[in-house]
Write a protein that binds this ligand. Sequence first.
Ligand SMILES: Cc1ncc(COP(=O)(O)O)c(C=O)c1O
Length: 381
Amino acid sequence: MSLENMIPMVDTLAWHKPIQKELKQAATRVLDSGRYILGEEVAGFEQDVAHYLQAKETVSCANGTDALVLALSAAGLGPGDEVITTPFTFFATAEAIVRVGATPVFVDIEPESFNIDPARVQAAVTRKTRAVLAVHMFGMPARIQEIQALCKDHSLWLIEDCAQSFGACVNGQMTGTFGDFGCFSFFPSKNLGGFGDGGLVTAQSGAMAEQLKVLRNHGSRVQYQHEYVGYNSRLDEMQAALLRVKLKHIEHYNKERRKLAECYRTHLQGVEVLLPSGMEHVYHQFTILVDQRDNLKAHLANQGIASAVYYPLSLHQQPVFKDLKITQDLFVAEQTARRCLSLPIFPGMKEAQVKHVAKAVSGFFAEASESPGYWFSEAAS
Ligand SMILES: Cc1ncc(COP(=O)(O)O)c(C=O)c1O
């Protein structure tokens, strides 16, 4: 099998090829500036993102995990506080909650969206609940307006984990602007992927943005005076300059992802995406549900096609959470972790490549007595 016939999960070189000149100019600008931390590029990037998302305030930081930690810290959460969240997400979501000393309370996801179920959130609220941390998984918005209303009713902080949802919106409003804080990651494979680590928090008020800025810089407002024990979590000038280039093209990238997803649906019978009206999905991942997941993965690998399991365990099944009190059954999350398989999707991917992957998947199902699904047939019936 020749290398050009292999299909990776993300091909960053194919993605960046059309903008190489712009990227090199931006990198040279930073090299020539002599300023590498918290300078004009970072300030400019924060403004550009605020404008794109229509967010009141934006504060960049070192990565998406820190974005969550900074938001939870700025909200003043700590020991004794419960934060309701989804168990079907990357580990960092719950890790950040534990990192500030609070306790994650996992509630199940909806069978049709991979996202936290607002009715389950409502049922999990206790006297100790202080916040809801909702994740927009795979680029599909969670039912954020229902969760927002619920948080208002119970006076809870709402934090959105938008690591996978840059540019996704609900009724024209961007994810990351519904909550008190929206936390973004610029890990290279993300929809707005950088060239290393990077993150950003949106906030609803200048006071909260100021708090985030102090926390990201060792708890210091005035040099060498420290009001809090904070973090060293700053985005660097080089990342900011390169991300500004990619931000200019984000609409195009997300449009490409939607087109590729449509192509998958056309060529993969039985896969449907149930999108409530008004929701704009940005397909960070194109994920299907399959009983014989590991066999399908091996079948694709034999044909040079990458696929990935995001994520193989519901977080309550992780060894580190073995002693955590589980208050609700997490059946859908467990089953989803057992059956999910993400297929390659990235800007720069060719429709011919999507058709090739779809053909390989269909070939597998022609032999197996199963068809792929996007949601659980058990729960959907
Ligand atoms: C849902 C989710 N939350 C948080 C993170 C953490 O972001 P980072 O890797 O930038 O720390 C990720 C990154 O993979 C993620 O997918």
